[in-house]
Ligand binder design. Structure first.
Ligand code: SF4
Ligand code: SF4
Ligand code: FES
Length: 284
């Protein structure tokens, strides 16, 4: 049976919103129930704005406004990722009418479970960006002078690269991946910023780099200028936490909001790392 969105006749007067909150990094999470007036065509961000404005639970208890992250509000920046009704997604494109059609009783909001919580629904995605550093997920340039037009790309290359270039570093693929496990590094007393960062990155670098970073390797290794770092990227993928950690569960591709062909990238990366390893063996 196809779930029905609220119509003029069956639209609810109020919406129940259950939120998993946490006051700070490493603290115990707790659940809170809020009730707001229904308005047509809201998204989860507008629901959170109403909840922040009223800052009162369903039992009439005054509470601090719920914290969340967002930027573009059009599924481009990747900042607003959270778990909505048990499914990781962008909260800016999660439409309330559709959510109510699936579950008219309540909307349940949780932070992603694979990243450290900063507060409430806001998480620290730094490990994702560290993963892109590990694989050198960029086109190298050695100055900001005008160096003229870049090398032309064949249409086939453009068509292969364009979908991969749409990655917005949202973290959905990492949240859904059974091989990407949470790493949270609490700060030690007396530690300097530099000491803490070095210790945190050392921990992050032991973990799985994730489908998004593997896919970015395929993007930049297939780019006329980006391929200058191809070997270094493949070295990173053959190292600890690299492609061998992927268990091919394919959860990543199922949740990517940009529908990036992540499992195709993983298969291509698997072949590229094998060829790279054989070449290195012969070069010894
Ligand atoms: S295919 Fe690999 S990266 Fe994707 S969800 Fe499975 S284990 Fe994770
Ligand atoms: S690959 Fe898709 S799910 Fe993963 S970070 Fe990029 S846009 Fe998000
Ligand atoms: S606010 Fe930018 S993707 Fe949702």
């Amino acid at each position: 049976m196809i779930a029905q969105e609220p119509t003029l006749k069956n639209r609810p007067e109020f919406i129940n919103v259950r939120i998993k909150r946490q006051n700070g990094p490493g603290q115990e999470p707790y659940w809170e129930l809020h009730k707001i007036k229904y308005e047509p065509e809201m998204n989860v961000i507008s629901v959170l704005q109403r909840i922040a404005a009223q800052a009162t639970t369903v039992d009439g208890k005054r509470v601090t406004p719920v914290t969340w992250d967002c930027g573009c509000l059009e599924e481009v920046c990747g900042a607003c990722t959270m778990v909505v009704n048990g499914r990781v997604r962008q909260s800016c494109s999660a439409l309330v009418d559709r959510l109510l059609a699936d579950n008219p009783d309540e909307i349940v909001l949780e932070p992603m479970s694979k990243f450290p919580v900063i507060r409430d629904l806001m998480v620290d995605r730094e490990r994702l960006f560290r993963g892109l550093q590990r694989v050198k997920g960029w086109v190298p340039v050695d100055s900001y002078y005008d160096m003229g037009p870049g090398e032309r790309q064949l249409r086939d290359t453009q068509e292969q690269n364009y979908p991969l270039s749409q990655c917005m570093s949202c973290g959905c693929c990492l949240e859904a991946c059974p091989q990407f496990l949470k790493i949270e590094v609490p700060r030690k007393e007396g530690e300097t910023d530099e000491q803490y960062e070095a210790r945190k990155y050392a921990e992050y670098d032991k973990g799985f780099v994730g489908a998004n970073a593997i896919s970015q390797v395929m993007l930049f290794n297939n780019h006329p200028t980006g391929k200058a770092l191809a070997k270094e990227r493949l070295d990173a993928l053959t190292g600890p936490g690299g492609i061998a950690t992927c268990g091919n569960a394919q959860n990543c591709v199922a949740v990517c909001p940009k529908e990036i062909p992540l499992t195709t990238s993983i298969a291509r990366a698997g072949r590229a790392t094998t060829v790279h390893a054989i070449k290195k063996w012969f070069e010894r």
